[in-house]
Ligand binder design. Structure first.
Ligand SMILES: Cc1ncc(COP(=O)(O)O)c(C=O)c1O
Length: 318
């Protein structure tokens, strides 16, 4: 045990636990990495720290600048935490008013960020349906803000390569924790940073591994490994690169809100893991894969955020 010099030192190095009750009739193991134990409650602390420190190193983020990002919650919270602690003004565009729990907005404000809620009237296209698609209007606003003001740094979580790099480190933690014994890895896709960053390292070290991505059942655009995905300054980014990279992602599956919420509840009651709804989606697919793989195999997934983010609203939103 040691005393950290700053809370930022405690980002990452999250524990891993083997599920026991949910998998009692299965011969394979499901191992879950507790990303909700990061200081602000989600895996996005890793990318906020990595992207901010990289931008500082490159000189594109300097004292007196404002950090902007569009977020449905977790990234906004992590930037509010890391950014304000480092002395920056942080502005988060929150793009799903009415669907996102009030608690997320309150947490960002409590960390000291300015939260701009985009009202449905300001959204140019029809009400968005799932996952990362929700954030397009917010990203458009970040781009406009950055173009107008040279002292604004837009983190660009959907295309910033340091989002992926942050999760190359998560993968190295997984390799250490499992002693290199991983047969399948599963993760929900928001920006794609978690899946791509972890897949890059695991596929290199363990070529036999199966990598499975999950998208919400209600997503408008279907992700297919090996097939192009729409790309522009506010679209595509990491997801396009990830899907186009040969032999990286083996399968993408869809999970509905109902299925994800049901497994999230089971995780709490049967395993004591108080995680958010994407964790339920991840575990649902990890358990299915474990059933398929059988004897002695290890399926790894992440529990991205904490269940107390969903006290007023339970949705599978990545
Ligand atoms: C709760 C939750 N789960 C999963 C994800 C997916 O992570 P990533 O953006 O790395 O694909 C996110 C973020 O988008 C998230 O907030």
């Amino acid at each position: 045990m040691y005393v950290a010099k700053s809370i930022l030192e405690l980002i990452g190095k999250t524990p891993m636990v083997k599920l026991s009750n949910l998998t009692k009739d299965i011969d394979a193991n499901v191992l879950v990495k507790l990303e909700y134990l990061n200081p602000s409650g989600s895996l996005k602390d890793r990318i906020a720290l990595e992207m901010i420190e990289q931008a500082e190193g490159e000189g594109v983020l300097q004292p007196g600048f404002t950090i902007v990002e569009a977020s449905t919650g977790n990234t906004g919270i992590s930037f509010s935490f890391v950014g304000t602690l480092k002395g920056y003004r942080v502005v988060i565009y929150e793009t799903i008013p009415g669907r996102m729990g009030e608690e997320k907005i309150k947490i960002m404000k409590n960390y000291g960020a300015d939260v701009k809620v985009i009202t449905p009237k300001e959204l140019e296209h029809e009400r968005s349906v799932a996952g990362a698609e929700i954030e397009l209007p917010g990203r458009k606003m970040c781009l406009e803000l950055e173009r107008r003001n040279p002292k604004v740094w837009w983190a660009r979580q959907f295309s910033n390569p340091h989002n992926v790099r942050a999760h190359n480190k998560t993968a190295r933690e997984i390799l250490t924790q499992t002693k290199g014994r991983v047969d399948a890895f599963v993760a929900s896709i928001g920006t794609g940073g978690t899946l791509m960053g972890i897949a890059e390292v695991l596929k290199k070290e363990l070529p036999h591994i199966k990598i499975i991505g999950i998208q919400p059942a209600s997503s408008k655009v279907t992700m297919v490994p090996g097939k192009p995905y729409p790309k522009s300054e506010i679209k595509g980014g990491i997801i396009s690169d990830m899907l186009e990279k040969p032999n990286l992602i083996d399968e993408i599956v869809r999970v509905s809100d109902t299925e994800a919420v049901k497994m999230t509840h089971r995780l709490r009651v049967e395993e004591g893991l108080y995680a958010g709804v994407s964790s339920g989606a991840n575990v649902l697919i990890a358990v299915k894969e474990a059933q398929r793989l059988g004897d002695g195999k290890n399926v790894v997934t992440v529990l991205p955020d904490s269940g107390d983010r969903y006290l007023t609203e339970e949705h599978y939103v990545t």
